[in-house]
Design a protein around this ligand. Structure first.
Ligand SMILES: Cc1cc2nc3c(=O)[nH]c(=O)nc-3n(C[C@H](O)[C@H](O)[C@H](O)COP(=O)(O)O)c2cc1C
Length: 347
């Protein structure tokens, strides 16, 4: 029995968002003590056999933290200490916003899943930028996931994404364009081919100017929903390819409620965790096929152990991310996954 088997029932007695905030607070505090941080870090090996080169970046290992876990960069060092090769911070919007009314996160324990309708609560771009500048950990790739503000219309969305690209260009190792959260009205419409092409080519044009001015090349990924039909995925991949984006994150949470048992399945929002896994893995396989394996894919959706990650790699992912798995399996999950992925690892 692990320590987390003792702690989890206590955490699960709290409201899920409260438990999450407490966890972040503890990780944030742990990261502030150099001794704890170095002990945490030392307990994770760095194995040259697990490094991954994707979209021009060298990742120390293939496992990352998915967006939404640390939206405001409150626990960057503590999370890096858990062994992640990359952390995707955000979703951040240009201005601070409070998100939807609480409660807005629900545990479906019977299904090992969560439903959330957070609606991008965050402290805004300037705050996250300051956190990254202050707490940047060594040897870990930092991505920033960007989204439009709730008050910004879909027609004006590009302005928000451009402002965020400008703000984070010099600090983020990569940017992730979030057009797939189900909790910001209209956001998913940006996945339609014409809109997507318009948005992404605007971002690509701005990046070209920044590169020409000597600011370096920052890869941009696009995060997709698992609820797109194959035809819609084909169109989205077309727009992503033609605009010169560097990769795809597959996937965000789903609106599907297929096969759930927990009574909380009636809650509105995006579903994550174990039931999302087959859907996300299938989207990875489809995107890999549609793009002839040329577009790097970051897998996310119900990764709870090394075997889930391996299935995503087999489907075509270069990297994988976790969120809900951390809630159910605890903070040693990254280590367990990475150990299981070692060429001689077992699980
Ligand atoms: C509470 C919660 C908040 C999330 N917030 C964001 C977010 O702000 N931006 C985003 O792109 N994805 C967000 N996600 C989606 C995750 O990044 C991930 O794509 C999804 O949960 C699937 O992975 P998982 O099954 O490992 O959780 C959120 C997920 C959860 C559970």
């Amino acid at each position: 029995m692990s320590l987390y088997d003792w702690i989890r029932p206590l955490l699960f007695r709290l409201d899920p968002e409260q438990a999450h905030n407490l966890t972040l607070q503890m990780l944030g505090a742990a990261g502030e003590f150099p001794v704890i941080e170095s002990v945490l870090r030392r307990s994770f090996w760095f194995d040259p056999r697990t490094t991954v080169r994707a979209f021009g970046l060298d990742f120390p290992n293939p496992l990352g933290l998915a967006a939404g876990y640390d939206k405001d960069g409150r626990a960057i060092r503590g999370l890096a200490g858990l062994g992640f090769g990359h952390l995707e911070l955000g979703t951040v919007t240009p201005q601070p916003q409070s998100g939807n009314l609480r409660p807005r996160v629900f545990r479906l324990t019977q299904d090992r899943a969560l439903i959330n309708r957070m609606g991008f609560p965050n402290a805004g771009a300037d705050n996250l930028l300051g956190q990254i500048q202050k707490h940047r950990p060594k040897g870990v790739i930092l991505g920033v996931n960007i989204g439009k503000g709730v008050e910004t219309s879909v027609a004006d969305a590009a302005e928000d994404y451009l402002a965020l690209l400008d703000t984070f260009y010099d600090e983020a190792d990569y940017l992730a364009v979030n057009i797939s959260s189900p909790n910001t009205p209209g956001l998913r419409e940006l996945q339609e081919r014409d809109r997507l092409e318009g948005l992404l080519s605007t971002l690509a044009a701005r990046r070209r100017i920044l590169v020409e001015s000597g600011r370096g090349y920052v890869p941009i990924l696009v995060k997709l929903a698992p609820d797109l039909s194959d035809a819609a995925l084909d169109e989205a991949c077309g727009a992503i390819g033609s605009s010169g984006m560097d990769g795809v994150i597959a996937t965000n949470t789903t609106l599907s409620r297929h096969g759930l048992r927990d009574r909380k399945r009636i809650e509105t929002g995006g579903l994550s965790g174990a039931p999302l896994r087959p859907l996300a893995t299938e989207v990875i396989r489809t995107v890999h096929g549609l793009t002839d394996g040329k577009l790097p894919i970051v897998g996310a959706g119900g990764v709870f152990g090394p075997e889930d990650a391996r299935a995503m790699f087999d489907a075509g992912a270069s990297l994988v991310q976790v969120f809900t798995g951390l809630v159910y399996q605890g903070p040693w999950l990254p280590r367990r996954i990475l150990e299981g992925l070692k060429p001689d690892g077992k699980d």
